[in-house]
Design a protein. Structure first.
Length: 222
């Protein structure tokens, strides 16, 4: 990272795959802006032809580092700004949560996009099973961590942030594609996961972002 670096996050005006990066940039207390490129006109200009894209700029405003793929962007920001442990084993414990979230998201996205009813049913069953696994794993981690509303340690972590971003997508972001998903997912959330969501949303490091966005706490309480 360049000294006094600033960032531009390119994505659509949606929660989607960029919410965790928004939270990480906010928590890092760095200067950053968000761009919404014209799509698909801007597609050829992006690495991999996809969004999100993170542009890191040096002090003079020139772009000196550009990366893409949502989990790659998140991990880079988390490592650079101290939200992942320096110890590789401790970091891996958090990163495996992100990978499980990614797998759940694959089946959720497939379900939403599937056209035939048989395919939708099979994908939903896979999504539901992995979603329940995720909630079970996170509930145990929260309990083992003293039931403080955090997955690891006593301060905001990478795992906390990406979990919040994922649940926000499931409970709020997905509504415009399939309004039935939040109603199906909400009863599966445990009190421990609800506490994790509330703890992240109220954390002073991200409050600047969460306070101006739709409340996930309100969505799971409705």
């Amino acid at each position: 990272m360049s000294p006094n670096a600033s960032y531009t996050l390119r994505y659509f005006p949606a929660i989607g795959l960029a919410e965790s990066s928004r939270l990480l940039l906010t928590a890092a207390k760095v200067e950053w802006t968000e761009e919404h490129p014209e799509w698909p006109q801007a597609k050829p200009e992006q690495p991999h032809g996809r969004l999100p894209v993170l542009v890191e700029k040096s002090a003079d405003g020139s772009a000196d580092f550009v990366i893409t793929e949502s989990s790659n962007i998140e991990r880079y920001l988390a490592r650079v700004h101290g939200f992942l442990p320096a110890d590789p084993k401790q970091a891996a414990l958090q990163e495996q949560i992100r990978d499980l979230i990614s797998d759940v998201g694959v089946f959720l996205g497939g379900y939403v996009q599937a056209k035939d009813e048989e395919g939708k049913k099979a994908l939903f069953e896979k999504f539901e099973g992995l979603f329940e696994t995720l909630v079970k794993v996170q509930t145990k981690l929260i309990k083992d961590n003293g039931n403080t509303g955090r997955l690891f340690g006593n301060s905001l972590s990478y795992a906390d942030i990406v979990s919040y971003g994922f649940y926000k997508n499931v409970m709020i972001g997905i509504v415009k594609f399939d309004a039935s998903i939040p109603a199906l997912a909400k009863p599966k959330l445990t009190p421990e996961v609800a506490k994790l969501i509330a703890t992240v949303e109220a954390d002073p490091l991200v409050e600047k972002h969460t306070a101006k966005a739709d409340s996930l706490v309100a969505a799971i309480s409705a």
